[in-house]
Ligand binder design. Structure first.
Ligand code: ADP
Ligand code: SF4
Length: 680
C-alpha cells in the first residue's frame, strides 16, 4: 500500500540544533515501570519503538544526583560514571534502528521525598514537599547547594554525552523539577537574587540551560521541556501568564521546545474528558514566540490530526507517550500507508495506574508492552505455528478477539462464534456509555485485522453449547465467554448478597441492554472503578435523577490511579448527581436504599429511589466449561470467563493463552528476569 501524500510532511527530517531527527515522530519521556534496576526490560521497550519508526526515542526522567530522590518509583539515574553503561546500551539499541536518543535529566526538588537516601528534599524555600498528605518538608537551598546543583547538572550532561545521547533535556514541567519550583512564587519565598521578581525566579532555570548548552557542545541538542499552562484548579504554582513569559524570555536559547500543560493529570487527560489534540489551545502560541522547533503531545493517533497541527503552525514534532505504548509501530504504519493497522490508544490511563502502583507498564490495547525482553513478545509479529491447526473461540470480547488474532497470525485456521448480533463483547457495549466511545477501539482494531485474513471465520448470532463445540472438533478450543455482572449486591467490601437486591436490582449488563428505568435511580457502587460513575454520568445526561452510593470513603477509588478521580467527581457534581461516599447498603426497601455510615456503623436516612442499579462484582458461569470437561473435551477458559477483571487483563489473557498454544511460552511459567548482582 502506498502512503497518502498528505502524510509526507510527517516524514520530513527536522533539524534540532546540531542533530537532525529523521522524521517528526517523538516517543516521549514517560515512566515505563522498569527503573534503573531493570535496564533490559526498559531497553526492550525503547528499541521496539525505534524499530517501529519513532524518529526520536526518549529515556524517561533521569535523576542527576542522590538529593533528587524518587526511590520506590520506577525512574532512571545518571548519578555517576557507573550509571553510564546501561544508558549507553540503551542509546546503541535505539541508534541501531536509525532513531535519535534523548534523555530527560532532572532534579525533582520538592517533589522528592528525601526519605530513602537520607538527604532531605530541597527546594527554593522551606516548604512542604509536593504530596500534601505526605508528612515531609523540603529544606531551603543555600548558595552552596545551588552551586552544587548546577555542577551536578553539568556532570550529568557530560555523562549523557558520553552515553551517546543526541538530545539532552532541561526539564521544567509537571511540577516535578526544581527549576519549576524556583519559578513558582508559591514555593519560592527567597529574598536573594533567586527569588522575588520574575527574572530572579527564572535565574536558576536560565543558568542551568546555558550551562547545559556549554556541556552539550556540538554533538548534542538541548531541549527544554516546559509546561506553558497550568490547569490544576485553584492551587496555582505559576502566576497567570508567566508560562508565556518564560517562553519569551528563553525563546532562542534551547534547540527544541517541548511544551505541554500541568499538572500531570491534565497533561495525560483521558478520552473520557479530553479529545485528541486537546493541548493545542494552550500550546499554539509557542511557535509564534520562538524560531526553534516545537514538540508537543495530545494523545495523537490519527495522522490527520498530526498533520493538522503541523499545517496550522502549532507543532513541528508530534510527541506520543500513550500512543507509543499502545502502538510502538504507529509511525511505520503511517509511513507504509497502513492507517487501518494502527492500534489506537483508547485513552483509558490503565498504563498510568501501572506506574502509580509500581509495576511494569501495562496497556489495554498492547499486551506485548513490557514483554519485549523478558518474554520475547513482539507487538507486530508472532512465531509461525509449525503446522496449521484449527482453533474454535467462543466469545468475541477482548479476550476472544485477541486470542483469535494471535492464532490466526501464527497460521492456524480460526473460527470465532459469538452469541450476540454484534462482535466485541463487553467493549462493544461499554463503548455506548457516555464518555467511553474510545473503548470500542479494542474491538475495531482486532476485528478489522481478523476480517482481512483468509484463515479466519467470524460468526455472530451463534450461541454454541457443549455438544456443538464438541462436534466442531477443533484442535484448540478457547472459551472467552466473559463474566456477567451480578445483580445481588455481593461486592468487594461485602461478599454476600444484600437483602432486597435479588430480582430487583439491575446490573450494568441490564442497563447496557436497555432495561427500563423509572423515577430517581440509586446506583450502588461496590466496584470502585469506572462503571458506576460512568453509568451515573450517562443516566444524568439523559435526564434521570441519580444518586450514587459507595461504602468506601471516596467514589471511583481506583480512578485516583488513572488520574481521573477529581474530574469524574467534578463531572458528577455538575451533572447534579447526588454522591454518598462512606455509605454502606443495608437493604433495598422498594422506595429507597437503607444505609449506614461505613466508619461508625450509624444508620443514615434512607436514600430515595425507584430503580436500583447494583455495580459490584462479576461472576463467570462455569456451566459450559463443566459440560465440556464431562465430555472429555480439552479446552481453555480465558479472559473474564477465567478471572473477571479489567479490559487490559482480558486482552492479555487472550494473548498469553494463544502464545501458550503456539508452544513458545515456558512450561514452568518462569520468564526471563533481571537479577541483582551479589557483591559478596
Ligand atoms: P472478555 O472480556 O473475557 O473478552 P466479554 O464479556 O467481553 O469477555 O465477551 C464475552 C463474549 O462471549 C460476549 O460477547 C458473549 O455474548 C459471548 N458468549 C458467551 N457465551 C457464549 C456462547 N455459549 N456462545 C457464543 N458466544 C458466547
Ligand atoms: Fe492508551 Fe489505555 Fe494503553 Fe494507556 S493503557 S496506552 S491509555 S490504551
Amino acid at each position: 500500500m502506498s502512503r497518502d501524500p498528505r502524510y509526507d510532511v510527517l516524514f520530513e527530517p527536522v533539524k534540532i540544533g546540531p542533530v537532525t531527527a529523521p522524521n517528526r515522530f517523538v516517543s516521549m519521556p514517560h515512566a515505563i515501570g522498569f527503573s534503573y534496576l531493570m535496564p533490559n526490560g526498559a531497553i526492550g521497550i525503547r528499541e521496539t519503538r525505534a524499530e517501529g519508526g519513532w524518529g526520536i526515542v526518549a529515556m524517561q526522567l533521569s535523576e542527576i544526583d542522590p538529593t533528587s530522590d524518587l526511590s520506590g518509583l520506577p525512574y532512571e539515574r545518571l548519578w555517576d560514571d557507573e550509571d553510564v553503561k546501561a544508558h549507553a546500551r540503551s542509546v546503541a539499541r535505539i541508534h541501531a534502528h536509525g532513531a535519535l536518543a534523548s534523555i530527560e535529566l532532572a532534579h525533582t526538588g520538592i517533589r522528592s521525598r528525601g526519605i530513602s537516601n537520607g538527604y532531605p528534599a530541597m527546594g527554593p524555600s522551606v516548604v512542604p514537599t509536593l504530596k500534601a498528605e505526605a508528612p515531609f518538608m523540603a529544606r531551603a537551598m543555600d548558595k552552596a547547594d545551588i552551586r552544587t546543583l548546577r555542577e551536578n547538572y553539568r556532570a550529568a550532561t557530560r555523562r549523557a554525552r558520553q552515553a551517546g545521547y543526541d538530545i539532552v533535556y532541561v526539564y521544567a514541567s509537571h511540577d516535578a523539577s526544581v527549576l519549576w519550583h524556583f519559578l513558582s512564587p508559591a514555593y519560592n519565598r527567597r529574598t536573594d537574587e533567586y527569588g522575588g521578581s520574575f527574572d530572579n525566579r527564572l535565574r536558576l532555570f536560565r543558568e542551568v540551560l546555558e550551562e547545559t548548552k556549554e556541556e552539550a557542545g556540538n554533538d548534542m541538542a538541548v531541549a527544554v521541556r516546559f509546561a506553558v499552562h497550568e490547569v490544576s484548579g485553584p492551587k496555582r504554582i505559576l502566576n497567570t501568564g508567566e508560562g508565556r513569559a518564560v517562553v519569551e524570555a528563553l525563546a532562542e536559547l534551547p534547540d527544541l521546545w517541548d511544551v505541554n500543560i500541568s499538572g500531570w493529570s491534565r497533561d495525560s487527560g483521558t478520552s473520557r474528558y479530553d479529545p485528541e489534540g486537546f493541548q493545542e489551545e494552550f500550546t499554539s502560541f509557542v511557535k509564534q514566540v520562538t524560531g526553534k522547533p516545537v514538540l508537543g503531545v495530545g494523545r495523537f493517533t490519527s495522522p490527520d490530526a498530526m498533520v493538522g497541527q503541523i499545517r496550522r503552525g502549532v507543532l513541528d514534532l508530534i510527541g506520543g507517550a500513550r500512543p507509543s505504548i499502545a502502538d510502538p509501530f504507529l509511525p511505520a504504519k503511517i509511513r507504509e500507508g497502513r492507517i487501518e493497522d494502527i492500534r489506537e490508544c483508547i485513552g483509558c490511563n490503565f498504563c498510568v495506574s501501572a506506574e502509580t502502583i509500581g509495576v511494569e507498564l501495562r496497556c489495554t490495547q498492547n499486551p506485548t508492552i513490557s514483554e519485549e525482553w523478558r518474554r520475547g513478545w513482539h507487538p507486530e509479529r508472532v512465531p509461525k505455528a509449525p503446522r496449521a491447526e484449527t482453533a474454535l473461540i467462543i466469545g468475541s470480547g477482548p479476550a476472544g478477539l485477541e486470542a483469535a488474532l494471535v492464532l490466526a497470525r501464527a497460521g492456524h485456521a480460526v473460527t470465532v462464534a459469538e452469541r450476540r448480533e454484534e462482535f466485541g463483547g463487553r467493549v462493544a457495549r461499554e463503548a455506548r456509555i457516555k464518555g467511553l466511545a474510545a473503548w470500542g477501539r479494542v474491538r475495531d482494531y482486532r476485528l478489522y485485522q481478523l476480517r482481512q485474513m483468509p484463515n479466519v471465520e467470524l460468526y455472530a448470532d451463534s450461541d454454541l453449547d457443549a455438544d456443538a463445540i464438541a462436534e466442531f472438533g477443533a484442535d484448540h478450543i478457547l472459551l472467552a465467554t466473559g463474566a456477567p455482572w451480578r445483580g445481588d449486591g455481593a461486592g468487594r467490601t461485602r461478599l454476600d448478597a444484600i437483602p432486597g437486591f435479588v430480582g430487583v436490582a439491575l446490573s450494568p449488563d441490564d442497563v447496557m441492554d436497555g432495561a427500563p428505568l423509572e423515577g430517581p435511580i440509586v446506583i450502588y457502587d461496590d466496584d470502585h472503578y469506572y462503571m458506576a460513575n460512568a453509568l451515573a454520568a450517562d443516566l444524568a445526561a439523559k435526564g434521570h435523577a441519580v444518586s450514587i452510593v459507595t461504602p468506601l470513603p471516596s467514589l471511583g477509588a481506583w480512578m485516583s490511579q488513572t488520574l481521573e478521580q477529581p474530574r469524574m467527581l467534578g463531572q458528577l457534581k455538575s451533572a447534579g448527581v447526588e454522591m454518598h461516599p462512606n455509605t454502606t447498603a443495608i437493604a433495598w426497601k422498594g422506595e429507597g436504599l437503607s444505609v449506614f455510615r461505613s466508619d461508625t456503623g450509624d444508620e443514615l436516612p434512607m436514600i430515595d429511589g425507584r430503580s436500583l442499579i447494583s455495580v459490584t462484582t462479576r461472576l463467570p458461569d462455569p456451566t459450559l466449561s463443566q459440560a465440556l470437561s464431562e465430555r472429555g473435551v480439552a479446552h481453555r477458559v480465558i479472559g473474564d470467563a477465567d478471572c473477571p477483571g479489567v479490559i487490559q487483563a482480558a486482552v492479555y489473557s487472550g494473548h498469553r493463552h494463544a502464545r501458550e498454544i503456539l508452544g513458545t511460552e515456558p512450561a514452568d511459567r518462569v520468564f526471563r528476569r533481571e537479577r541483582p548482582m551479589l557483591f559478596l
